[in-house]
Structure formats: C-alpha cells, structure tokens
Ligand binder design. Structure first.
Ligand code: M6R
Length: 605
C-alpha cells in the first residue's frame, strides 16, 4: 500500500520519479506527489489528488534540473484524499514520504507539542514534524532518535534541505528495495520501479539507516556499523512490467498464464516426478506432518482452497485454510506436526506475514509460495517455493492465482510420494496433467470473444450469483471476488446445494447466475440446483465440460471448457472467470487495472 521512490544521481530526477510512480501506481492511486531538491531553490514540492497521470500534467511546467528527489503514490489510511494529505510532507527543513502506519501518532503530537506544525490529517506528517524538531544538522542522529519513538510500520525516505543530493531511508515491516546503478542510486517500494536501473538490488534491512549518495548507498545499523546487504538478482525483464500492446495489464497477465505455469512447474519436474531439492525443500520436511494449515488472503487464499480440496481428497491429510487476518486472533490449533503453507503473490501482505510469525511461534514450520523474490514473507519462511509468474501489476490477481494452484499441486504430489500415499505411476500421471495445464489455458483463451459477449449481457446487473459444488464452489469464490473487485457488481458465491436454504429468495427474473459444473460425480446434483434457479427466472450461464448440457431448459448460454482429468479443470475455469470479470469491467468503462478503493499490495492491517 502506497508506492515510494527516491533517486539521486546525475540525471534530472523529475521524470525519473514520475515514471517510477507510474510503475508503482498499483500500490495506491488516491494521490501522488514529488519533492525535488533543487540546487538554487531548495526543496520544490508538487502533489495532487488523483492518479500519477494527473501529477505528471501538474508537473509539466516545472522546469527543474534537480537530480535528487523523492516521490509517492498514496492509498489513503489516515486523512481523506486531499492535496494537503498527499505525500511528500514537509515540516521546516525536513521533507519525507512514508508507506505504513504510525500507530502512536496521536500520543506523539501530544507529547512533543507538534499540533501547530501540522497542516494535514496524516500520521506521516507527525514524523516530519518530529524530525524537524530534533534536527540540529546531523540527519542520522536525528533519524535514530525519532525512529526509537515510533510504533507501527514504516518505510521512510527523507531529505533534509541543508543536505543536498542525499536521501536517507529507514524501514520497519513496510518493504523497500534499493540499487546502485550507473545512472545513480535508487530506492523504491518494490522491484518494478528498479528494473530500468539495475537487475542487481538489495532488500533494505529493517532498522538500518541508508544514506543514498549519487554513486553509492551506505547501509548502517543503528549503532553506526556499516552493513553490506546481500545482493539479489531479478530475472524479470523491463518489458514484463509493460502492457505490451494490451489495453490493460490484467488482460496481458491473463494471457501470460501458460508461460507462467511453464516457468513454475518445468524446473521442478525430474523424471516425471516433483523435484524440490533445488528450492532447498527436502523430503524430510513432509515426513512427519499430520496436517496442513494454509494461510493467505483474498485470491491467494482461494488458491489454498483449491489445494485443500485436492489434497484432502487424494491424500486424506487434513488441511485447514485460514484467512490470515482471522488466524491471528483465534488462538489457532497448530503445532510442530502441522506444516504451514503460506501463499502470497507480493510476499508483503501484512496480515499474512503476521500470521506466518504466529505459526512459527507455535512451532510450525512454514513453507511459503511467493512470487516476489526476496520479499519479507519469503525471507522469514523456513522454506520457499517461488512461483515464476513475473511481475503482476493489475490489482486483480490472475496469473499469480493459477501458478499458486500449480505450486500447491506440486506439493500435493511430493507429499503423497514421501508419505507413500501416491504410487510413482499415479504421481507421474498427476504431474503430466499439471504439465498440460498451460495447453488447457491456451485453448480456453481462444474462447475470449464468446466470453466478451456474455460479459456484455451481465454488465448492467446489480447482483449476480456464482454457484458450484466441490472444487467448482471454490472456483466460484474466486470468481465472485474478481467480479466484485473490478466491475463493482455485487456478486456472491454459493455452494449450489445451499442456495435453497435461504439465498434462493434473491433469485428473480433475469438475475444472472453463473453455474460451474465440471465435477462429474456431482453433475446431476448441480443440474438440479441450476434448474431450481432457472425455474425462478434466473439468466443462467453455464461453465462446463459437457456439450449435452447446452439445453435451453438448463442454461441460457454455455461456455464449454476443455475436458480434463479431475482437479485440472480449475485452470480452464479460472481463465473463463477471469475473462468474464475483465470484459464486464471493460464494458462498463471502468479502469480495470486500478479499481476504486484498492491497492495491489496490502501492507496495512
Ligand atoms: O500479495 P498477496 O497474494 O498476499 O495478496 C493477497 C490479496 O490481497 C490479493 O490476492 C487480493 O485479494 C487480490 N487483489 C484479488 O484479486
């Protein structure tokens, strides 16, 4: 939540910052701002409510050759969406940007009498006021002193007006990565803004002070010892964070799923069987486990539900899927015999991270499935299975979801083999199906035009229902989240057999019901449930593998997906549901990639 960037080097910084903010915009887009350190005029501030494009326009006339500056794109927490509440915040000689929440800001205002120095309603400005209050010409000493008083999460980039061309940075929990390059030193909330500068970067260690010079970055702990952070390499290329001819990142990312799956699965298959040694995951990890706890939020949690359905049914090992923000406050039943699997695209979701820490405190080993290399969740886990989806920019998660499912399936197969539940032949068959998932997706993508027409039909609905049984019900949950998130249509997912226990009262003439029926063993039951809504006037769209169901007494429209082995229909279903949400949002003329009120990476609790 909130994207931050800082650059000091030999080139004019204004466009570098604004371009970087455009890359980071998916982290928040309520307002944006920049602060430039000009040699003649000192600090120049420009901030604006709205998206980065509006800031770019507002900054057009700003002819400034400053080569050092900071920028921010905001997802509002404390204080409404106004120009004044936009970052950077300046008090006296200090100007800063912040991602996170300062939990004790009210106490700090009182204790240090800061009220009169503040113009905004934000927690962030309090930090600027505090720094200014304590500042006597020594930035690092002041930062150290102020940070010791802060409670909460923060990634801060700070400039002092009398210290030209230098940026200071410090963080707790909220992410920041930095890189040295030929063009200068750069820091940002995440890698997407760093890729144009360097493929080598480091994760800013918590509670360390960074001093960014034009040509180098110094990292020191709070005692003043110099620290050399481990350098990581990113294998994303610069084009992977661009739209590449697609109107929206979401559509591009939906289409990238076959390669994302291939990159995630292929290196983990040896002789037709799952091979996780190169990920540092030995068979020992799974030998003695008696249960699995999956922790995640949103779409990642829904990928966990798919994993649960398959693992429980194929391996008979109990799997609890926990919403991270609930897990933390329910005194979970978990111990050293439980393997905790954490799913997160960003690796920075704070609820998931805190739940991970709780699971570890309870003695459970944590294996995380993460897309962003070096992210906090990856670093704090006992084992990491990276998904290789490449950067996911659209707020609505698509390719990260299907690769998370593929990673869950790799684990399923591995656990089944280690525990002697699956025979080698069964495991080989399962992996072969997994390797074929990309092809299934390719085929499904070929149905995009048909799906676009269906989306046109539902775009004016105010309510919509997804129904299914078993694994199709878990797909419904993800489908309804996706549709709500980007089309603002109220959508609900229901277990098909449960509708008649109350919710069917909401079905009336022309209410769209999207029914998913791929589970052969419950086919006839789902058909009965579909007929129940059809006879009450619902407009039924059926997603299924069976052509015989294309009958007007069952559905008004059918989307026929490729026939697969059990558990593998999810890949085709996912694509159909993603495309329905995408085309509906697009048909409504909405900003598909940046839906209202949301941000990509949720780093507040
Ligand atoms: O980065 P994470 O996978 O931890 O994010 C979890 C959720 O915030 C995320 O999946 C969210 O639900 C998506 N925007 C849904 O499309």
């Amino acid at each position: 939540m909130c994207g931050i960037i800082g650059f000091t080097g030999n080139e004019p910084v204004k466009d570098i910052l604004i371009d970087g903010l455009a890359q980071l915009e998916y982290r928040g887009y309520d307002s944006a701002g920049i602060a430039l350190m000009d040699k003649k005029d000192g600090i120049i501030l420009k901030k604006k409510t709205g998206k980065v494009a509006e800031l770019r326009e507002a900054a057009e006339g700003l002819n400034c050759d400053a080569t050092c500056g900071i920028g921010h794109t905001r997802w509002a927490t404390h204080g409404g969406v106004t120009d004044i509440n936009a970052h950077p915040h300046r008090v006296g000689k200090v100007v800063l940007i912040h991602n996170g929440i300062i939990e004790n800001y009210r106490e700090l205002i009182k204790e240090y009498g800061l009220k009169n120095s503040l113009k905004s309603e934000t927690d962030t400005e309090v930090v600027a006021a505090l720094l200014d209050k304590f500042y006597e010409g020594n930035p690092k000493k002041t930062i150290k002193e102020v940070v010791s008083k802060l409670a909460g999460s923060f990634a801060l980039c700070i400039m002092f007006e009398d210290v030209p061309e230098k940026i200071y940075a410090i963080r707790n929990v909220s992410p920041m990565v930095a890189a040295e390059s030929d063009r200068g030193s750069i820091i940002a909330s995440d890698l997407t803004a760093l890729i144009p500068f360097s493929k080598e970067y480091f994760v800013v260690p918590e509670y360390h002070i960074l001093t960014m010079y034009k040509d180098s970055i110094k990292v020191e702990d709070l005692k003043g010892n110099t620290v050399i952070p481990e350098k990581l390499t990113v294998n994303w290329d610069i084009n992977s964070a661009k739209k590449g001819g697609y109107p929206y990142f979401m559509l591009k990312e939906i289409h990238e799923q076959p390669e994302a799956l291939e990159r995630t699965v292929a290196p983990r298959v040896k002789d037709g069987l799952p091979f996780l040694k190169e990920d540092g995951i030995d068979d020992e990890v799974f030998k003695d486990i008696t249960g699995i706890s999956v922790i995640a939020c949103g779409t990642a949690m829904h990928a966990g539900l798919v994993g649960k359905a398959a693992i429980e049914s194929m391996l008979r090992i109990p799997v609890n899927v926990e919403i991270a923000s609930e897990f933390r406050y329910k005194d979970p039943i978990i111990d050293e015999k439980t393997l905790t699997i954490v799913l997160s695209q960003s690796g920075e979701t704070i609820d998931t991270l805190e739940a991970l820490r709780l699971a570890q405190r309870k003695g459970s080993k944590v294996l995380s499935i993460v897309n962003v290399k070096g992210s906090t969740i990856a670093r704090e886990s006992d084992y990491v299975l990276y998904t290789h989806a490449g950067p996911e920019i659209a707020v609505a998660s698509t390719k990260a979801y299907t690769v998370q499912i593929s990673a869950m399936y790799l684990l399923l197969c591995k656990i089944g083999l280690v525990k002697g539940i699956l025979s080698t032949d069964d495991a080989r068959k399962f992996i072969k199906n997994l390797e074929g998932a990309g092809e299934i997706i390719e085929k499904t993508l070929g149905m995009a035009n048909n799906i676009e027409q269906i989306a046109n039909h539902i775009k004016n609905a105010t309510d919509l229902f997804y129904i299914g049984r078993g694994i199709d019900y878990t797909m419904s949950l993800e489908a309804s989240l996706k549709l709500k998130e980007i089309s603002y249509i109220h959508a609900e997912a229901y277990a098909a057999g449960e509708l008649k226990h109350g919710t069917i009262a909401l079905i009336s003439e022309n209410v769209p019901v999207i029914a998913i029926a791929t589970e052969k063993d419950v086919y006839s039951k789902v058909i009965s449930n579909i007929k129940e809504v059809k006879s009450r006037g619902a407009y039924v769209i059926l997603v299924s593998t069976d052509d015989e169901l294309n009958d007007s007494s069952i559905c008004d429209k059918q989307i026929r997906i490729p026939e697969t082995e059990k558990y593998f229909s999810v890949f085709a279903t996912a694509v159909v549901l993603q495309l329905i949400a995408y085309y509906t949002s697009d048909a409504k003329g909405l900003d598909v990639d940046k839906p209202r009120n949301l941000a990509k990476s949720v780093t507040v609790e």
